[in-house]
Design a protein around this ligand. Structure first.
Ligand code: ADP
Ligand code: MG
Length: 348
């Protein structure tokens, strides 16, 4: 009934809303013992446990948060789940369920939504979470996706943004700035394409930064690693808006200052080479880029030996007293006050 009868351009109006949801979600299976009832009734049912529940939502709007001219729908579905799981892991919790709500204009076909849900399903399978419901609506223009993620953690394991103390070390997972540069490369290729549609995009040499933009991975492994190392962060959050802005959140909520060191910022070699090509300062990109979905956290200095040398983790600085403010120590050993956000953060 929903076969590809028209070169993959089945109009959504050909099926009712119920058939559409049924079709899109038919291959999703329930994996979590805490999911009692998933899609199909008025509401999903989850079993209560002796753990705390964490819950988080993100709304993604076409033209504001994503551009379908270079974002394949499968990647969009995957990324929409990742940005939410990342927030759950940033609480030091494990994600268990998601809901997905979409609004789409009539320019989208059934096949397009199949792609979106293929990405959502890949994320659910890879990260072991259940899709338990959502809502479906038409929109007058473009696409909106809202994902809600639900997670669980022992009360004593949850990590907030307000627990950082002077002398704590500031640690970041993975590396920074890649997603922003992937965005720059994709924007450039889009403009080239708009001028000459016969021009094939040349994305060789940018695979890592493009993947950081189009297929980010939430750091599910980090809460697990920290547990294995017997380290409980004093504060934690994910890097969605950019390191600088996230440091401000931790500093404000914890009522502390910080010092971070330019030479310690973790950068992939491709981030450095792409910065050179685009004439961008790699430190600026690492501080203000955003969308890296790495975890930023603080630990007691007495835990340093437990994380020392771990290839997933980099110590980039330490927490200071509130009146010291937020400082970047440059390679030339100068102190510069960090700005919360913005590309021209240091330009007066
Ligand atoms: P209601 O009229 O109560 O809102 P719906 O027809 O919207 O019910 O939804 C029927 C079932 O399908 C519910 O379990 C709902 O959570 C689920 N659902 C609806 N839209 C989506 C979607 N886009 N993705 C996943 N599940 C959905
Ligand atoms: Mg509904």
């Amino acid at each position: 009934m929903f076969e590809d009868k028209n070169q993959g351009r089945t109009s959504l109006s050909e099926l009712g809303e119920f058939k559409l949801i049924e079709h899109l979600t038919q291959f999703f299976s329930l994996k979590k013992t805490t999911t009692i009832k998933g899609i199909g009734d008025d509401a999903a049912v989850l079993s209560a446990s002796d753990k705390e529940t964490v819950i988080t939502t993100d709304l993604l709007v076409e033209g504001v948060h994503f551009d379908l001219s270079y974002m394949p729908l499968k990647h969009l579905g995957y990324k929409a789940v990742m940005v939410n799981l990342s927030d759950v892991y940033a609480m030091n919790a494990d994600a268990e369920q998601i809901t997905v709500s979409i609004a789409v204009s009539n320019r989208f076909t059934l096949e397009a939504l199949e792609e979106l849900y293929a990405g959502i399903q890949l994320a659910c399978d890879t990260y072991n979470v259940d899709l338990i419901g959502g809502d479906t609506s038409s929109s007058t223009k473009g696409m909106l996706i809202s994902v809600t993620a639900i997670g669980k953690a022992n009360k004593e394991d949850i990590v907030y943004r307000d627990g950082a103390k002077p002398t704590d070390l500031i640690v970041v997972s993975g590396d920074l700035g890649g997603a922003y540069l992937g965005f720059q490369v994709l924007e450039r290729e889009k403009q080239v394409f708009e001028v000459n549609p016969n021009n094939q995009p040349d994305l060789q040499g940018y695979t890592y930064v493009i993947e950081r933009q189009l297929k980010p991975e939430a750091r599910k492994d980090i809460p697990r690693l920290l547990k294995e190392l017997d380290v409980k962060p004093t504060a934690m959050m994910d890097v969605s808006d950019g390191l600088s802005s996230e440091l401000f959140h931790i500093a404000t909520q914890s009522k502390v200052g910080c010092k971070i060191y330019e030479e310690k910022l973790p950068l992939d070699p491709q981030v450095i080479s792409t910065c050179e090509e685009f004439n961008l300062d790699s430190t600026m990109v690492a501080l203000s880029g955003g969308e890296d979905y790495e975890l930023l956290f603080t630990i007691s200095i007495s835990d340093y030996d437990k994380i020392k040398g771990n290839p997933n983790l980099t110590v980039i600085g330490h927490i200071t007293k509130e009146n010291q403010g937020l400082q970047l120590i440059t390679r030339a050993n100068q102190e510069i006050a960090l700005k919360a956000q913005g590309w021209n953060a240091f330009n007066k």
